[in-house]
Design a protein around this ligand. Structure first.
Ligand SMILES: NC(=O)c1ccc[n+]([C@@H]2O[C@H](COP(=O)([O-])OP(=O)(O)OC[C@H]3O[C@@H](n4cnc5c(N)ncnc54)[C@H](OP(=O)(O)O)[C@@H]3O)[C@@H](O)[C@H]2O)c1
Length: 313
């Protein structure tokens, strides 16, 4: 089968399309013939030798990618809920070795869900790591409630555009940061109050927030603490809460924490329910043929991607 391997950490030239043996499946796995995959910033960070690279290099060859949609080719002996020919999608083995940049992927059945007929493989592949992150942060982690005020940073990005839709579905008042060129996109997603982070210091424009979803990290975390109510909560997916930030949070009587998404077929089912109800719609800004996958890394690296990038196989 064809697959992109990462020969060594670094630039996109280190992603090489090659022929590999078909992956072996264990008793709990499903072999998926991949139709579409999605690209995330973690792919690019890991390619550069950061993020999950240390883990992945223990199990060579390194094959990046976690988000797939495709068709079941074969099932392991213990798999009862899928059979050959089923259309499935999900985020495979995160945080671990997903090996999604390939024509075939061995995926634990517990990480997958059935793709609804009215949803394309591209839309399904888009609604994986970024959407799961938004769901897990806002629902099981933060338990966002109707009427609460939430500030979503990078609201036009992969995670942000899903988080806006989920927060609106929950009945929250949504404030979202993006540059001015994305203001109408944010409005169309349902954002109540778009804030252009380039022309305004968001901490002077926004107040009395119950929850901040930070997708930027660094100084953005400290600045976001200014907008929270007493007893409010900040969840960062892009930075770290070091001792100093912990002290700042305590002094303001707020909670600050880091969250990392994990594979979950059960959470994927919640996303399927929202997709089917028309409450969640992925925005795909660009599609690439498999051979052009490295170009998608160039795009994600700009930090300016709107919604999701899809690679078709
Ligand atoms: N911990 C986890 O489990 C987890 C899971 C998913 C993602 N992440 C991390 O979260 C971050 C976001 O992921 P993503 O997939 O949403 O990335 P993305 O799709 O690449 O985000 C791009 C968006 O970020 C916006 N943006 C850039 N700088 C901004 C700023 N200073 N303020 C507000 N918006 C800004 C851009 O909007 P403009 O073009 O309008 O500037 C663009 O639409 C990444 O660092 C990723 O690695 C972590």
């Amino acid at each position: 089968m064809k697959a992109f391997i990462l020969e060594q950490p670094g630039d996109i030239e280190n992603l090489r399309l090659t022929d590999l043996p078909m992956p072996a499946i264990s008793a709990e796995d499903v072999l998926v013939k991949v139709k579409a995959i999605s690209i995330n910033p973690v792919d690019m960070k890991t390619r550069r030798g950061k993020s999950l690279y240390g883990e992945l290099q223990k199990d060579p060859p390194v094959i990046l990618g976690w988000d797939i949609s495709g068709e079941v080719e074969e099932v392991g002996s213990d798999v009862r809920n899928f059979q050959k020919g089923d259309e499935v999608f999900g985020m495979v083995n995160f945080p671990g070795h997903g090996k999604a940049y390939a024509e075939y992927v061995a995926a634990p059945a517990a990480h997958l869900v059935r793709k609804p007929a009215g949803i394309s493989h591209q839309e399904a592949a888009a609604t994986t790591l970024a959407a799961l992150t938004a769901w897990q942060v806002l629902v099981p982690q933060a338990r966002l409630q109707k009427g609460q005020r939430v500030l979503i940073h990078a609201a036009a990005g992969g995670v942000g555009h899903f988080a806006v839709q989920i927060a609106k579905h929950l009945g929250a008042y949504v404030i979202g940061t993006a540059s001015a060129s994305n203001a109408s996109f944010l409005k169309a997603l349902g954002v109540d109050e778009p804030v252009d982070y380039k022309s305004v210091d968001f901490e002077s424009a926004v107040q009395k927030v119950d929850l901040v979803l930070d997708a930027i990290g660094g100084d953005n975390i400290t600045r976001s603490m200014e907008v929270l109510k007493q007893g409010g909560r900040l969840i960062t997916i892009a930075g770290h809460i070091d001792e100093e930030k912990e002290k700042q949070a305590q002094a303001k009587n707020i909670r600050a924490e880091r969250y990392v998404v994990h594979s979950s077929g059960e959470d994927m089912q919640q996303l399927v329910n929202l997709l089917q109800a028309g409450k969640l719609k992925p925005h795909i800004s660009q599609e690439y043929p498999f051979e052009a996958l490295p170009e998608a890394h160039y795009q994600i690296e700009t930090g300016k991607t709107r919604g999701k990038l899809i690679v078709n196989i």
